[in-house]
Design a binder for this molecule. Structure first.
Ligand code: ZN
Length: 280
């Protein structure tokens, strides 16, 4: 299934994408696409529904982030060796973890804000996964059974706040609109191998990132296992797994986003995002 949320910000309705590409409304069935919906029993119930029996969404609504009420939004840093190299940093021996504020979450086509306080704002196409059942001290062998599905995340990052200021990366990762999620959440049963997905990111039509989740240093099963060893992952938590090379920071000289730039992201099987950068 491709689960999604559509409508005005803060008032999104749950829905799904049918096989013909139509948005179908799920609000008579579930209250939202969130941690309460992504559990295996509810997903099994949704799978039994014939999408043709659901009402079609009217018009051409805004797409919201594909998961609501996210409890934790966790980023993995330097999880591609060639991205670590372009960042001038060593390949980590254990996953680098940072948090992104959940207030950064936005829709896949919403504008990305370029705040005055951020001078070095950069793009990062990433494969994200969403937890469906509570994970605490899970083995790597059981890890994938805790994953409800997958989506695209643009881990928008301001390198000034991330790297040049004191303290943690969270500062550069958390501005409003720095975490577009979607356009939809593809449930795990529908994705044959999340470990071999091609992904790209273009800025103003120029290809900047061209990678594959097959070159992740720490794969999804290991990340669930690793994270659940020191924090409980709850249904609806989102983990974004790191970016392949080709970010603005790695260009010589570095190139950062400016007002009016358009980012287009794609991951095989997960759809596309597009955001226009807007100075505020
Ligand atoms: Zn990232």
């Amino acid at each position: 299934m491709k689960l999604l949320r559509y409508g005005e910000k803060e008032a999104e309705r749950p829905g799904l994408l049918d096989d013909n590409g139509n948005l179908r409304d799920l609000s008579d069935i579930v209250s939202d696409i969130d941690g309460t919906t992504l559990t295996p029993d509810v997903l099994a119930r949704l799978r039994k529904i014939d999408p043709n029996d659901l009402p079609r969404a009217a018009g051409n609504p805004r797409m919201g982030a594909c998961v609501g009420k996210v409890g934790k939004l966790i980023g993995i840093g330097l999880n591609y060796s060639d991205h670590a190299a372009e960042s001038g940093l060593p390949v980590p021996s254990e996953p680098i973890i940072f948090m992104k504020a959940t207030t950064a979450i936005s829709g896949p086509y919403d504008p990305v804000e370029l705040p005055h306080s951020a001078q070095k704002t950069d793009w990062e196409v990433e494969l994200a996964f969403v937890i469906g059942t509570r994970a605490k001290h899970v083995s790597e062998a059981d890890a994938l059974s805790h994953v409800a599905g997958y989506c695209i995340c643009n881990d928008v990052s301001d390198r000034g706040w991330q790297i040049e200021r004191e303290g943690q990366w969270m500062k550069g990762k958390s501005h409003d609109t720095f975490a577009p999620l979607g356009p939809w959440l593809v449930t795990a049963d529908e994705l044959e191998d999340p470990g071999s997905l091609d992904m790209t990111l273009d800025v103003n039509g120029t290809r900047r990132q061209d990678g594959s989740s097959s070159t992740l240093i720490f794969g999804i099963a290991h990340l669930v296992h690793y994270l659940s060893g020191f924090m409980t992952l709850e249904p609806g938590d989102v983990i974004t797994t790191g970016t392949p090379p080709g970010v603005g920071l790695g260009m010589k000289p570095p190139v950062y986003l400016k007002h009016g730039d358009v980012m287009e992201l794609a991951i095989a099987g997960l759809g596309r995002q597009q955001q226009t950068v807007t100075a505020i």
